[in-house]
Write a protein that binds this ligand. Structure first.
Ligand code: KDO
Length: 334
């Protein structure tokens, strides 16, 4: 019935709201001058993605570009980065399939829970002709160059309530924070919860005050943001092998020489490889860390979650916009 594979998930594995944002565009570089790559992210500076980019990527492009990171959504609010790049107010960000799907509905296929089977499958899919097709849509329709895909962990439920969650039915009425786009909210619903939107930077306080019952993120993010201080359990649903894409203004990309483009691609590749392996290593040891912090960490009936989530996506309006045959092509990548 399902076009999705039933293989076990590899766990281990608009408009810009310019408030608070710099209104200046980066000055165009003259001959021999370095370009400035302003990078905006909701993540902290200690996040694996932030660290890999600030070291390996920044170092790789330093001959012709200055990498200027802005963390914790201090330059642009979460979800406004793509529009900021499109308007020429920002050069770089990390973006998600969920953000891209707001402008290109076909991209919602990669917001579906339990489609990508883990870090390795995700990388293979985006390094195949599928990735090339999806990237081309973004380049042509949004004027944004996606340099590389980065695995940043598999999403798990992290709750401040004590109720044991074994199946989607157990999540009925649970106020689960999900990021604020339709695709994310749908994922929360598909898991069986009562999804509520909230910006990433507000989640800790939301958990602390009880404004929300829980949130979902990969284990390394839960650790980095100290969500374990204000929650009681982690349910290893493994519902999304999550990824971000390193997004660059196509105008900036087109202004680079062929040599510089190659150097930048190589730097991006080296950074995402390091980020992916750091994340996987962290995921392998974090269950013990959270247990040590007093949280209950357990595996629910993942099949029950997978069955419901896949069914809901295939029956959703989102799936009407998915490129024909794409689910089968994604599944065929081993
Ligand atoms: C989040 O808001 O939960 C999320 O994990 C969604 C991701 O797509 C990405 O925006 C991420 O936040 C930020 O990079 C912060 O880790």
């Amino acid at each position: 019935m399902s076009e999705f594979t039933s293989r076990r998930l590899f766990v281990g594995a608009a408009v810009a709201l310019l408030a608070g944002a710099s209104m200046f565009s980066a000055p165009p570089a003259g001959a021999g001058e370095k370009i400035t790559l302003r990078f905006s992210t909701p993540s902290t500076d200690t996040d694996h993605r932030s660290k890999g980019l600030a070291t390996i990527f920044a170092d790789g492009v330093k001959g012709f570009a200055t990498y200027e990171p802005h963390y914790n959504a201090t330059l642009f609010k979460q979800g406004t980065e793509l529009a900021a790049i499109q308007r020429g107010n920002l050069e770089m960000s990390v973006t998600s399939a969920q953000e891209i799907a707001k402008q290109i509905p076909a991209w919602s296929i990669f917001t579906a829970g339990y489609l990508l089977r883990g870090a390795e499958h995700q990388q293979k899919v985006f390094n195949s002709d599928i990735g090339a097709e999806m990237y081309r849509m973004v380049e042509d329709q949004l004027g944004i160059k996606l340099l590389k895909v980065m695995y940043f962990g598999t999403r798990q439920l992290n709750l401040r309530i004590e109720k044991k969650i074994m199946t989607p039915a157990d999540l009925a009425g649970v106020k689960l924070r999900m990021p604020g786009t339709d695709a994310w909210q749908f994922l929360g619903k598909a898991l069986g919860a009562n999804p509520t939107p909230m910006a990433f930077t507000e989640v800790y306080t939301g958990l602390q005050t009880g404004a929300i019952d829980g949130q979902d993120n990969p284990l390394p993010t839960d650790k980095d943001k100290k969500f374990y201080e204000v929650t009681k359990q982690i349910v290893l649903t493994g519902h999304l092998a999550d990824m971000n894409f390193l997004a660059l203004s196509k105008k900036v990309w087109d202004g680079l020489s062929a040599d510089q483009q190659k150097t930048m691609m190589d730097a991006a590749q080296a950074a995402v490889e390091k980020i992916g392996s750091d994340v996987l290593a962290d995921e392998a040891k974090l269950v013990e860390f959270f247990k040590g912090e007093g949280l209950k960490v357990y595996t629910p009936d993942v099949e029950a979650f997978r069955t419901r989530v896949q069914k809901m996506y295939l029956e959703s309006d989102f799936s009407k916009d998915w490129p024909k045959g794409m689910v089968a092509r994604v599944n065929a990548i081993k």
